[in-house]
Structure formats: C-alpha cells, structure tokens
Design a protein around this ligand. Structure first.
Ligand code: NAP
Length: 251
C-alpha cells in the first residue's frame, strides 16, 4: 500500500499489535506518530523505525486523559502534519469474575478502552474533516463478538468500541472518512504472553493453536496487514465493518 504523504497516529504503538501497525505504515511511506503511555518505550520504537529510514515520532500520552490527547494531537500536527489516519489500538485487559469486579476495575476498563478511543477519535476527526479524507481503524476484540467469562468489564468496553466505530462510519461517511474495527483473537504480543504467564488462558498458547483452523497463533503483522488495507485509498467503500483477523477462531 502506498501511504506516502499521509500522517498516521497509532495509539499503543510502542508494543505488540500497535508497533507492527506503526512499522507497516512507516514502511508504506506514512509519517507515523506513536502515541503510548510510556514515552521512553515510544521513543525507542520511533527510533527503530527511523533507523530503517522511515518517518516516525514518539509522544507520551494517556489516551484516557483528554488534555494529553489534545496536546499530542497538536504536537503531531506541528511535527508531522495533520493526521488523517488513526488506528485506535491502545488498551488494557482485566480478568476477574463478574461478582468480584469492583466498580473501580469496571470504570478503568471503560475509561481506557472505550472513553480513550472516543477521545482519540474526537480529537483527530476535525483535522480529517478539514482534509476531506480520513481513515479510522479501532482495535476491539473477538471476545466482544461472543462474550467471554471472567472478562465482563473488558468485553463490555470492547463491545462499546464496536458500536462507536459503526456509528462513526454512518456519521462521518459523508465527510470522506471511513471507520472500521478489527476484533483480534489470540495475537502473540506481550499482553497475550502475560495472560499465559498469569495462568489466565486456561491452557497454553500451544494448546490453543491446535484448536485454531489455521493452526498457529496470530502475529501482530497479521493485524497490521489488515490495517494497511483498511487505511488505503482502495478501501474507500469499506466502512462500518467488523473485519475478523482470527485464523478462523471467533469469540
Ligand atoms: P500490548 O502489547 O500490551 O500493547 C498495548 C500498548 O498500549 C502498550 O504499549 C500499553 O502501554 C499501551 N497502553 C495501554 N494503556 C494505554 C493508555 N491509557 N494510553 C496510551 N497507551 C496505552 O497489547 P496488544 O496485545 O498489542 O494489544 C493491542 C490491542 O489489541 C488492545 O486494545 C487489546 O485489547 C487488543 N486485543 C489484543 C488481543 C491479543 O490477542 N493480543 C486480542 C484481542 C484484542 P503499557 O505496556 O505501558 O501498558
């Protein structure tokens, strides 16, 4: 895909899926803004991309804090130009039985995963409207397609992300902006490895692989490839969609 001349924001772009998306967009010619909680990690990630001859900058931002999001947007505008591509990927997981989920844990999931996605979209959409062109891809979760025990707060937040994305597609379509969501299942990232190490997957990743139609765990690059298509010029008629990248597993 040719993204030359485009500026893209990837939230959570210092790790896992987000880093693979940032690397793919940068290789395809975009100027990439890596927004992540930890500025040091984001700076290292951007530096790796620049060493490959790509254009990338790092910003420390908590997506749940609107003032930080708006500051990162302004800095990105100044450094790289107005972003017309957003991959709203940053997120956190929470495992725990429904009855033991405290309101604080519930609120934290909604605040980061859902409200954080809202802030990023609302902060960047005016720039996209001005340019008459935009691409939004949110990263939800296959768990939100079928529900998942021990993950009610996480799943509720990600189901909200799906509804937000589909509604944005309808509202922003007339402005030249598409919005789609990818609900990943079982992608080999630090988040998945942590869940395995904490004994939260029920069984090992290797055992889950045997249950997956394509017989392997997903790679962050699998999600990046789908994102590259969704933000391309060619995908202008694809909006409001839930694009499963899950090796044939779902929910
Ligand atoms: P990851 O390796 O943990 O990467 C997530 C990145 O987002 C981390 O760098 C994290 O920073 C950052 N982040 C977390 N909260 C943030 C905040 N408030 N503001 C800014 N950045 C924040 O996880 P991943 O597996 O790549 O997950 C990426 C997305 O895919 C998440 O939304 C996740 O829910 C979704 N997903 C993943 C899978 C999977 O199998 N891996 C499946 C379904 C959905 P810290 O490390 O400092 O927290």
């Amino acid at each position: 895909m040719n993204l030359t001349g485009r500026t893209a924001v990837v939230t959570g772009g210092a790790s896992g899926i987000g880093y693979a998306v940032a690397a793919r967009f940068a290789a395809d010619g975009a100027a990439v803004a890596i927004w992540d909680l930890d500025l040091h990690k984001a700076t290292e990630a951007a530096e790796r991309l620049r060493q490959d001859g790509c254009s990338a900058s790092a910003y420390g931002v908590d997506i749940a804090d609107r003032s930080q999001v708006d500051r990162a947007r302004d800095a990105t505008n100044d450094d790289l130009g107005v972003p017309t591509i957003l991959v709203a990927n940053a997120g956190k997981e929470y495992f725990g039985s429904f009855l033991r989920t405290s309101q604080e844990q519930w609120d934290e999931m909604l605040r980061i995963n859902l409200t954080g996605t809202f802030h990023c979209c609302q902060s960047l959409v005016p720039g996209m409207i001005e340019q008459g062109w935009g691409r939004i891809v949110t990263i939800s979760s296959s768990a939100a397609q079928g529900g998942r025990e021990w993950m009610t707060a996480y799943v509720a937040s990600k189901a909200g992300v799906i509804g937000l994305t589909q509604s944005l597609a309808r509202e922003l379509g007339p402005k030249g902006i598409t919005a789609n969501t990818i609900p990943p299942e079982f992608i080999d990232t630090p988040m998945l490895r942590q869940a395995e190490a904490d004994g939260l997957l029920g069984e090992s990743i290797a055992m889950h692989e045997a249950d997956t139609p394509v017989r392997r765990v997903g790679r962050p690059e699998d999600i990046a490839g789908a994102c590259a298509y969704l933000v391309s010029e060619e995908a202008g008629y694809v909006t409001g969609q839930i694009i499963g990248v899950n090796g044939g597993r779902r929910g």
